[in-house]
Design a protein around this ligand. Structure first.
Ligand code: SAH
Length: 224
């Protein structure tokens, strides 16, 4: 017969799962930025996921979040975040708030996060979770992120979390000198992670790794 220890309490905060996720999915695959690994250790990913799927929150893959959208695989979140080279001083623009999870990670690593989401219901839900968790340096707006958010530009870092036919040009215009932009660019079904760096008048572009994101829909993205 199995005996249950009286002191055994369920790990309702999923601390152990998070630790395992960081070790086996991130560190082992080459994510090195300590600040990124720490943020991934701290943000309760399960709270950004619909109730009935909480148990899958720390699995090695994307998950549905409603409105036909998905929260990215933890590894992809970590990789894109690492590519932004954040030190804590930056203003960051995110396109595609979705669940708000990526914004929460950025919130730990940058000074201020601006995030744009086209689905009002997702934006509201993300806002609610971020407020409940006490994040105060994330501002969310409902709208077409392909236009950027000129009001607060320039940004030292821009992250696009939906697949685009090409990097929307309003975004490169809103990138600070020395700034980094990371975006999945390709077809509606598969893309390559692209990193753009702005150096004076010059934009350098690196193609990194194949990825699959939901489409970026908007004026400088895919048409509806
Ligand atoms: N970063 C999110 C995942 C995003 S999924 C997270 O951490 O959960 C991609 C999101 O981009 C979806 O929520 C989708 O509605 C949004 N999106 C697509 N096109 C957009 C656009 N033009 N502007 C803003 N958001 C957009």
């Amino acid at each position: 017969m199995l005996k249950r220890s009286k002191n055994q309490s369920p790990d309702t905060n999923y601390q152990k799962e998070r630790e395992q996720m960081v070790e086996s999915q991130l560190a082992r695959r080459g994510i090195k930025d300590k600040r990124v690994l720490d943020a991934m250790r701290q943000v309760p990913r399960h709270l950004f996921i619909p109730d009935d799927m909480r148990g899958l929150a720390y699995c090695d893959g994307p998950l549905p979040i409603g409105q036909g959208q998905t929260i990215s695989q933890p590894y992809i979140v970590a990789l894109m975040t690492e590519l932004l080279e954040l030190t804590g001083q930056e203003k960051v623009l995110e396109l595609g708030t979705g669940s708000g999870y990526q914004a929460a990670i950025l919130s730990h690593l940058a000074h201020q996060v601006y995030s744009v989401e086209r689905h009002a219901t997702l934006a509201q839900q993300a806002e609610k979770v971020l407020a409940q968790l006490g994040y105060t340096n994330v501002v969310i707006k409902v709208g077409d992120g392909t236009l950027g958010w000129p009001e607060y530009s320039p940004y030292e870092a821009i992250i696009v979390t939906a697949g685009a036919p090409d990097v929307p040009h309003p975004l490169t215009e809103q990138l600070a000198d020395g700034g980094r932009l990371v975006a999945p660019v390709g077809s509606q079904w598969s893309q390559v992670l692209v990193k753009v760096r702005c150096q004076g008048d010059l934009l350098t572009r690196e193609r990194l790794t194949p990825v699959a994101f939901v489409p970026l829909v908007g004026e400088y993205g895919w048409k509806e």
